[in-house]
Design a protein around this ligand. Structure first.
Ligand SMILES: Cc1cc2nc3c(=O)[nH]c(=O)nc-3n(C[C@H](O)[C@H](O)[C@H](O)COP(=O)(O)OP(=O)(O)OC[C@H]3O[C@@H](n4cnc5c(N)ncnc54)[C@H](O)[C@@H]3O)c2cc1C
Length: 49
C-alpha cells in the first residue's frame, strides 16, 4: 500500500466536491478526492444544448 500525505480529503466527486477541488487548486492546497463509485451517478447526463 502506497501512503500519501494530503492536507485535505474531499469525500464525494459530485459537483460540490469538484467545486471544492477547483477552489483548493486555485489556492495551492494539497488534496485528494475519494468517491465510493468509479463513475458518475446514473442521474448525471451530458447536454449538447
Ligand atoms: C434523478 C435526478 C435528476 C437530476 N437532474 C438534474 C438536472 O437536470 N439538473 C441539475 O442541475 N441538477 C439535477 N439534479 C440534482 C443534482 O444531481 C444535484 O444537485 C447534485 O448532483 C448535487 O451535487 P453534490 O456534489 O452535492 O452531490 P452528489 O452529486 O450526490 O455527489 C455526491 C458524491 O459523493 C459520493 N459519496 C456519497 N457518500 C460517500 C461516501 N460515504 N464515501 C465516498 N463517496 C461518497 C457519491 O458517490 C457521489 O459521487 C438531479 C438529481 C437527481 C437525483
Amino acid at each position: 500500500m502506497i501512503m500519501q500525505s494530503k492536507d485535505i480529503i474531499i469525500v464525494g466527486a459530485g459537483p460540490t466536491g469538484l467545486m471544492m477541488a477547483n477552489q483548493l487548486t486555485r489556492f495551492g492546497v494539497d488534496y485528494i478526492i475519494l468517491d465510493q463509485k468509479s463513475g458518475p451517478p446514473d442521474h448525471y447526463s451530458l447536454s449538447t444544448a
